[in-house]
Design a protein around this ligand. Structure first.
Ligand code: ARG
Length: 579
């Protein structure tokens, strides 16, 4: 059940009785002093019938005025209808709604979401934060709206970076058993390299390869060898993945991000030969300067789309190929209706190529939706990509620690020791995530720590603080009475305003799902809590002498609290017990 849809239906009926067939959609009033909601459809409807809009509006308003659920309907301008709902019908609705699920489900689809995408043996940086954050929340949102969702981290574990790192390891530790001529083991005895070592190694390895073509050639060769199951390099590759994964899992857990599948680019390896065979039979592969390619351009393209590189001239497999083969595998094993990819918007061309190749070759069905969900960059206050003070890449761990330190400064002094650090960590996660989900995912934004940790601003700490306060009020209220709460009466504008905000929940969720961006949810949550806090500041809920009013306000607090829990869960923001 949905209050707004019901009211729209009522208006539609009235219009029908007056001879108009119209879909009706109500919008929150842009001038709240004139009414709570507005209906703007009269002008076009009157035009269609060659009538005077003002006359039509007046007539419809007078009919609506007689209906119980409307307290006031007035006409403004050339024919806008301003509507104020009657308090009694709103309360009646909320009493019913209390017994139902908060969210109405949409028709279910099976969706694979590919997000996170960290690269093995490389440091997780702020870009990976965005993919993990946005992806995790979209997954939860989709589930909440009734979708069947499978999440896959899709580790970057198959490319040239692995060859570079292995080469550097070989140069530093030539005596590791995996480099012996006839090494046949699956694991490497006494492998002591840690994730920190790997993270230090990678930039050095990559620099050396980029500066020296011979080194690059060696790295390519190693890439070719491990991709073709050379025992020593394959064992080393496994060892690196193992070390790197342990560290990643820990960090993702801290961020409340989790995946159904921890697969990687390399899992597509076994499907590549059969896929290539299939593509050959479809006569889609072309030879070009020693490489194998698939043409993916269309005559209608405004900018030309270069061909997809399937096998490079050095016979190694490209990033496009592993993505295409991953679609191949997902199609065979999961049959999804949709596959979503949450990645930096600069990767759009890559996905255009892969999606076109998948469609053209019929690796996926015509109606399987492949969707690229791009995001912008998180920048520092200088407007440039976020860097450490020394100018290095800002790692995710580093960012978390910086925000944790600034969070701790804002916490009340009475929380001390271990608990203080633990709570600061939880709040820091909320601070970062809320900020990261505040703008449309596609826009670049500036990460301003002071602004984002302000407990009075549009921030994670503000929402967490409000939520905790509601919880503590409810606990106190419970001590007094345990009866089932009813919405009985309202005092005036400020409590009604809070209840009116709750009506938007369903449409906010559906719109976020439609746009695949969380910004409407974070902004709505802020608006809701802000409206509630204004009411809270004006009233003393627990000492209110009017019992019916008091009960309504507690019921309202409980309802707002539940919406907070729901939305914070979608945003994957953990709630500290206190702050
Ligand atoms: N590993 C890639 C990177 O760090 C992102 C992966 C995106 N997902 C995908 N299926 N290609 O740039």
């Amino acid at each position: 059940m949905n209050f707004l849809t019901d009211q729209e239906q009522i208006i539609k009926e009235v219009l029908k009785q007056e001879g108009y067939e119209e879909e009706v959609s109500l919008k929150p009033n842009s001038k709240p002093e004139l009414g709570e909601y507005q209906y703007n459809g009269i002008m076009s409807l009157a035009k269609k019938h060659g009538q005077n809009p003002l006359e039509v509006a007046k007539n419809i308003a007078s009919k609506l005025q007689k209906i119980n659920s409307f307290e006031n309907v007035n006409v403004a301008g050339p024919g806008f209808l301003n509507i104020t709902f009657s308090t009694s019908s709103l309360l009646e609705y909320l009493n019913q709604k209390q017994k139902e699920e908060l969210v109405q489900k949409l028709p279910s689809k099976k969706i694979v979401i590919d997000y996170g995408g960290p690269n093995v043996a490389k440091v997780l940086h702020v870009g990976h934060l965005r993919s993990a954050n946005i992806g995790e929340s979209l997954k939860r949102l989709a589930k909440c709206l009734g979708m069947e969702v499978i999440s896959d981290i899709h580790l970057g574990d198959y490319g040239l970076q692995m060859g570079m790192i292995m080469l550097e390891i070989q140069n530093r530790y030539p005596n590791l058993p995996c480099f012996e001529e006839n090494f046949q083991g699956k694991t490497i005895p006494d492998f002591k390299i840690t994730n920190e070592d790997l993270i230090d190694l990678y930039p050095i390895a990559s620099k050396k390869a980029k500066e020296n073509e011979e080194v690059m050639q060696q790295a390519r060769n190693i890439t070719y060898l491990f991709q073709n199951n050379h025992p020593g390099y394959k064992a080393l590759w496994h060892a690196i993945i193992k070390v790197s994964l342990k560290d990643m899992k820990e960090l993702y857990q801290r961020l409340c991000v989790d995946f159904d599948l921890w697969k990687g680019e390399s899992d597509a390896e076994v499907f590549i030969p059969e896929m290539i065979e299939y593509l050959k039979q479809k006569q889609l592969i072309k030879e070009s300067e020693g490489a194998q390619i698939i043409e993916v351009s269309n005559p209608e393209d405004k900018v030309s789309i270069p061909p997809l590189l399937l096998i490079k001239s050095n016979q190694t497999v490209s990033y496009e190929t592993t993505d295409l083969a991953t679609i191949w595998e997902r199609e065979k094993s999961l049959h999804p209706d949709e596959i979503w990819y949450v990645a930096d918007k600069r990767q759009e061309l890559h996905f255009t190529q892969v999606f076109r190749a998948a469609k053209k070759s019929q690796i996926v069905k015509e109606d399987t939706k492949l969707e690229f969900i791009g995001f912008g960059t998180m920048n520092g206050i200088d407007g440039k990509p976020f860097k450490t003070r020394e100018g290095g890449v800002m790692s995710l761990r580093n960012l978390l620690n910086i925000v944790k330190t600034s969070t701790e400064k804002n916490m009340i002094p009475s929380i001390t020791g271990e608990e203080r650090l633990k709570l600061a960590d939880i709040i820091a996660v909320g601070t970062i995530k809320f900020a990261d989900l505040l703008s449309h995912r596609n826009t670049d934004y500036i990460f301003d720590i002071d602004k984002f940790s302000d407990v009075n601003g549009k921030t994670g700490p503000f929402i967490l603080y409000s939520t905790i306060r509601m919880k503590s009020l409810l606990e106190k209220a419970k001590e007094e009475s345990n009866q089932e709460l009813q919405f009985k009466k309202l005092k005036g504008k400020s409590d009604k305003r809070v209840l009116l905000e709750t009506l938007k929940l369903q449409s906010v969720l559906e719109s976020a799902f439609e746009q695949k961006s969380l910004h409407e949810i974070t902004n709505y949550l802020y608006l809701l809590d802000n409206t509630y806090n204004n009411f809270y500041a004006e009233n003393r809920i627990l000492t209110e002498p009017d019992e019916e009013l008091k009960q309504t306000w507690i019921a309202m607090t409980k309802y707002i609290y539940q919406i907070n829990l729901l939305l914070l869960d979608i945003l994957a923001i953990p709630i500290p017990p206190r702050m």
